[in-house]
Design a protein around this ligand. Structure first.
Ligand SMILES: *Cc1c(COP(=O)(O)O)cnc(C)c1O
Length: 462
C-alpha cells in the first residue's frame, strides 16, 4: 500500500505524523533477515537467514555467563551481581500530563536512560557485542574452554588475557552513545578501542571516552559517513572487530534480550498481556537497531498483543522512509532523509541518523505497528516535564517515546490502528510503556540547558 499523500506531505514539511505499517501482522514467527545482512563489505557473511527466540535466549545466556566478570570490572554492578537492568516504574503523573483519560490505560516508564556502565540503552547491545567478541577471542586463544561456564570467566581478568586482548582492537562509528558503551566495555576488558564520531556528537561524550583511554576519531560528516570510515579502517586490520550499527546481529540480539527482564517486571507488577489487556510500547529510534531488537524480542517473548511503535525526530525519520519504501534487500532502495528534503539536524543526537539499518527494517516488516515523528521543541518540553512529574533526568532523544500515547489515542491514524486491531473496547485495561533511552551521564550543565529550554517553551505556550 503506498503511503498516503497527506502523510508524505507532513513528512516533507517536517511536521509530526503517525504512519501505520501496512505489512503488520500478528504472526509470532522467526523473521527472515538474511537478505538484509547480505551486504557487500559486511564482515559477517549472511549464512544466517532467520532469527528466532533461540537467538535471543543465547544472548541472555551470554550476559549470564559474563555477569560475575562484569561485577568485578564495574563497581556499579557489584550490587546486582553483574546484571545490567533498569527499573520499570509506574508513571501516573505522565498519564495526566499527556491528558490521558482514566479509561485509556496506565503508563509505565522503562528506565533505560539510567542503565549502568553506559548510561543509555546502548549498554544492552553494545556490551553484548563486545562480550561476544571477547568470548570468541578467548576461546581461540585457549583462555576459555570451548563450552565455558560462568565460573571460567574471571580468567579473562588475568595478565595473559590482558596481553591477548591488547593485541586486538574494537572500533565503532557513533553519534555518541554507542561509542560510549563500546569504548567503556572494550577498554575495561583491555582491548584497544577507537570510536569514530560524527559531527553531531556532543563534546562531553568525546571527553568521557578520552579519559578512559579510548581513541576518538572525529569526522566532519554525518553518522552514516562516520560508520563508513570506521568500517573501512577496521577492515585493514585482521585483529580488529568493527561494531557495525547498520547491520550487526549481535547488537540487535543484545537489545532483544532486554525483553526477558521486561517480562519478569510486568509479571511482578501483576500486568498481563493478552487480547483483553493490550500492551503498547513506544521506542525512540535512530538507525533502528535498538528499537527493532527490542520490538523483535517483544513479539517473540510477549506475543502479538504487544504493539510496538518507533519514535523519530521530524528531521531524521530514516527508518520511516526505509519502511515506507517497502524494500530492505541489499539491492533494494536505501533512501536517506535528505532525499525527502530533510536536513537531519536535531538536538536528539542519539537519533540523528540519515539512513536506516536494513536489518532493523527487515526484522520489523511484519512486527512493527507504526512510526511517529516528534519535533525538537516537544522533546525539550518532555525533558522538563519528565523531571517535574517523575524526577527523571533524561536526554532529549530519550523522551521521544513520551509522544506515543497521544499519537495513538489522539490522532485519526491512531484511532484507525485501534479500530483495525479491535482494541477500542480494551483500552481501559491497556498498558503504555514509554521506553526512556539515555541520560544518566549527561553533565549537569548540559542537562540544565535542555531543562531550561523545555521550561521556557512551555511558558510560551501557556
Ligand atoms: C542509540 C539511541 C537510540 C536508538 O537506537 P538505534 O539503534 O540507533 O535506533 C535511542 N535513544 C538513545 C538515547 C540512543 O542513544
Amino acid at each position: 500500500m503506498p503511503t498516503s499523500a497527506p502523510t508524505l506531505m507532513r513528512l516533507k514539511q517536517s511536521l509530526p505524523l503517525l504512519w501505520l505499517n501496512p505489512a503488520r501482522s500478528t504472526a509470532v514467527a522467526a523473521q527472515e533477515v538474511g537478505h538484509a545482512l547480505a551486504t557487500t563489505g559486511s564482515e559477517s557473511p549472511a549464512e544466517r537467514q532467520y532469527i528466532s527466540l533461540a537467538d535471543i535466549e543465547a544472548a541472555r545466556s551470554r550476559f549470564e555467563r559474563f555477569a560475575p566478570l562484569l561485577a568485578k570490572l564495574f563497581p556499579e554492578l557489584a550490587a546486582s551481581g553483574g546484571v545490567i537492568e533498569s527499573a520499570l516504574s509506574s508513571a501516573p503523573a505522565v498519564a495526566s500530563l499527556l491528558g490521558m483519560a482514566p479509561g485509556q490505560g496506565r503508563v509505565l516508564i522503562k528506565q533505560d536512560h539510567a542503565l549502568p556502565v553506559a548510561g543509555s540503552i546502548k549498554a544492552r547491545g553494545g556490551l553484548h557485542e563486545v562480550l561476544e567478541f571477547a568470548e570468541r577471542v578467548a576461546i581461540a586463544n585457549g583462555l576459555l574452554p570451548s563450552q565455558p561456564s560462568a565460573a571460567d570467566y574471571v580468567a579473562l581478568l588475568s595478565e595473559r588475557a590482558r596481553e591477548v586482548f591488547a593485541r586486538h582492537s574494537v572500533a565503532v562509528g557513533s553519534t555518541g552513545n554507542l561509542g560510549l558503551s563500546i569504548g567503556v566495555i572494550a577498554s575495561a576488558l583491555g582491548f584497544k578501542a577507537s570510536v569514530h564520531m560524527s559531527a553531531d556528537a556532543k563534546a562531553w561524550k568525546k571527553d568521557r571516552l578520552r579519559q578512559r583511554g579510548v581513541e576518538v576519531v572525529e569526522h566532519a560528516g554525518d553518522y552514516a559517513q562516520a560508520v563508513a570510515q570506521g568500517r573501512a579502517q577496521a577492515a585493514t586490520d585482521p585483529l580488529a572487530h568493527f561494531v557495525d550499527d547498520e547491520r550487526s546481529l549481535s547488537l540487535f540480539l543484545g537489545y532483544a534480550a532486554a525483553v526477558f527482564g521486561l517480562r519478569r517486571q510486568l509479571a511482578e507488577q501483576g500486568i498481563v498481556v493478552d487480547a483483553q489487556h493490550p500492551l503498547f510500547v513506544y521506542l525512540p529510534c535512530g538507525v533502528g537497531g535498538a528499537p527493532a531488537g527490542i520490538a523483535f524480542g517483544i513479539r517473540q517473548i510477549l506475543g502479538p498483543h504487544a504493539h510496538c511503535f518507533f519514535a523519530e525526530p521530524v528531521q531524521s525519520p530514516c527508518v520511516l522512509v526505509q519502511m515506507m519504501d517497502g524494500s530492505d534487500g541489499p539491492q533494494g532502495p536505501h533512501p536517506t532523509v535528505y532525499d525527502y528534503g530533510l536536513h537531519n539536524r536535531t538536538e536528539a543526537d542519539g537519533l540523528a541518523v540519515p539512513q536506516a539499518s536494513r536489518l532493523a527494517s527487515a526484522a520489523m516488516r511484519e512486527v512493527l505497528g507504526g512510526i511517529y515523528t516528534v519535533e525538537d521543541g516537544q522533546l525539550m518540553r518532555f525533558v522538563y516535564q519528565l523531571e517535574q512529574a517523575e524526577g527523571l533526568r533524561v536526554e532529549p532523544s530519550a523522551t521521544a517515546g513520551m509522544a506515543g500515547p497521544s499519537m495513538l489515542l489522539g490522532t485519526p491514524e491512531g484511532q484507525r490502528y485501534l479500530q483495525e486491531s479491535g482494541l477500542q473496547a480494551h483500552l481501559a485495561q491497556s498498558t503504555h510503556v514509554v521506553w526512556t533511552t539515555g541520560g544518566l551521564f549527561v553533565p549537569p550543565a548540559q542537562y540544565q540547558q535542555f531543562w531550561e529550554a523545555g521550561r521556557d517553551l512551555l511558558a510560551q505556550q501557556a
